[in-house]
Ligand binder design. Structure first.
Ligand code: ADP
Ligand code: MN
Ligand code: MN
Ligand code: MN
Length: 356
């Protein structure tokens, strides 16, 4: 049957694979025609992505977020998907979005917002960061690179310019970019958005960055500590608020202290290599201790000075790694700050009573 080319367009289906400890983004293209109004459910070979065995290889892609494709342009689109099991159409074990969506729904009254600061490192194909000598060795020490300008300070700005415009053209909630402390390291921010939406948009923005990097033969690394030694790691500072925090300061302290009471559960789900990055140096707090403070960039959680001054706003959990899963981070914070405080003393008393 002849297909009218004037009504054809491409939909890039994007999803997360089953690789551990850090899943990768995958995508493939579906050609659609005007007769379909929405990108339909689709499938892929899960045996090639660590999501299924060869005998039962089919996995299902369910579209959860779509936007214009700024690379292909025209009517083409990007389609972020979650992965379902073909047998039941229930969430695949690798699908962390489903649990995030449940938490968002359960705590809908809290009206959670998240703003994620995605840091990343641009590298040559051999793994050396841009700005480092290609054959090995070290550039001049950290200092002039953060928010710098000029040759020998800034590396890879073309890619940042292209990526930022691509995010804007896609309609993503990108809110800023900056060069980071280590040469070749950059940041962009997505948000504020709800818990699942921020993950969907961050994944699309990560995909766009890696896709644009292909055109420059530059590898985008989300490694938490790409260079050992006196070089900053790469994080994904997570700014969060619920409605009460946006209305008053006591709710901010309460939320931060609830996180402090559960700090190990959260930090152990904040991405691969957390101990390498959260050493206590390079603007981090040690991963095994919890602390917070106003304006404090060496604390686990920072309350921005403006927030203290205004008496309302948000707090920043500085611990998530650049390679974190935004759905899991947003789920854990949503559940932790909107659940009643654990009655620690009562539970201990009950236990003791039961023993008697
Ligand atoms: P930093 O000073 O730590 O570098 P950035 O400007 O990079 O901060 O990032 C701050 C982030 O906080 C932005 O992504 C912004 O969208 C987000 N943000 C602002 N207000 C709120 C709020 N009320 N709740 C959650 N996130 C917020
Ligand atoms: Mn920032
Ligand atoms: Mn930063
Ligand atoms: Mn920050």
């Amino acid at each position: 049957m002849w297909k009218d080319p004037s009504v054809a367009y491409q939909a890039e289906y994007i999803w997360l694979d089953g690789y551990q400890p850090t899943p990768m983004l995958r995508s493939k293209t579906k050609i659609l025609h005007d007769e379909v109004s929405e990108p339909p459910i689709w499938g892929f070979d899960g045996s090639s992505t660590e999501q299924a065995t060869g005998e039962h290889s089919d996995c299902v892609l369910r579209p959860v977020f779509q936007c214009p494709d700024p690379i292909r342009g025209g009517r083409n689109m990007l389609v972020m998907c979650e992965v379902l099991l073909a047998s039941s159409l229930r969430p695949h074990p690798s699908n962390t979005r489903a649990a995030c969506a449940r938490a968002e729904k359960k705590h809908a009254d809290a009206q959670m917002w998240f703003g994620l600061e995605q840091e990343y490192t641009m590298e040559r194909a051999n793994g050396t960061p841009l700005g480092f000598p290609p054959g090995g060795g070290q550039p001049a020490p950290q200092g002039p690179y953060y928010c710098g300008v000029g040759t020998n300070r800034i590396f890879g700005r073309d890619i940042v310019e292209e990526h930022t415009q691509a995010c804007i053209d896609a309609g993503l909630a990108i809110s800023g970019t900056n060069p980071e402390v280590m040469p070749g390291q950059w940041e962009f921010q997505i948000g504020p958005l709800g818990p699942t939406a921020v993950g969907d948009q961050l994944n699309v923005a990560r995909w766009l960055l890696q896709r644009i990097g292909e055109d420059y033969d530059v590898l985008i690394s989300f490694d938490a500590k790409p260079q050992t030694g006196d070089w900053n790691g790469a994080g994904c500072h997570t700014n969060f608020s619920n409605l009460a925090m946006r209305e008053g300061y006591p709710a901010i302290i309460e939320a931060v202290e609830k996180i402090g009471a559960n700090y190990m559960e959260l930090v152990s789900n904040y991405g691969d290599g957390i101990e390498e990055r959260l050493t206590g140096d390079h603007e981090t707090a040690p991963w095994s201790e919890f602390s917070y403070g106003v304006s404090h960039r060496g604390a686990s959680i920072r309350i921005p000075w403006q927030v203290e001054k205004d008496g309302r706003g948000y707090a920043e959990d500085r611990r998530p790694n650049a390679n974190c899963d935004p759905y899991t981070v947003a789920r854990l914070i949503t559940e932790t700050i909107n659940s009643p405080k654990k009655p620690a003393k009562k539970a201990a008393k009950k236990k003791a009573a039961a023993k008697k």
